[in-house]
Design a protein. Structure first.
Length: 132
């Protein structure tokens, strides 16, 4: 019975580790692309932007409570808002980013960078609403 409990613990640990590793790989793939977006002269394709967001969605699906994944997705959504040609789209992406930042800040309330990003997004969303 003790051996079975030990075996189950090891098996659960392996599944837990594999899921974490998969989420981290998705996050890293997205992060590597997103970090290029603020380089002068670099213009990501629509496919690259969608792929980065899909990787982040996968990471969040595997580890929904890990705040770094949410902050990076908020950063990607901030870029989408920046590139949008329509105020309604910009507001949509910024509002989605705010939701991610709220979840991330609930898990890590002392994150000053996340808090500053959230405040910036909230101000822009309010400015867009004032235009309506």
């Amino acid at each position: 019975l003790i051996a079975l409990a030990g075996l189950l613990t090891v098996a659960w640990g392996m599944v837990f580790s594999l899921s974490y590793l998969e989420a981290a790989m998705h996050y890293t793939a997205a992060e590597n692309e997103i970090r290029l977006w603020d380089r002068p002269g670099y213009a990501p394709s629509g496919e690259a932007v969608s792929e980065a967001l899909q990787y982040l969605d996968s990471a969040i699906e595997l580890w929904p409570d890990y705040p770094d994944y949410r902050v990076m997705r908020a950063h990607a959504l901030e870029w989408r808002a920046y590139w949008s040609q329509d105020g309604a789209d910009e507001g949509y992406y910024l509002a989605a980013a705010l939701q991610d930042l709220d979840v991330a800040l609930a898990a890590r309330p002392a994150d000053r960078r996340g808090r500053a990003m959230r405040d910036r997004h909230a101000a822009r969303v309010e400015a867009l609403r004032a235009l309506d």
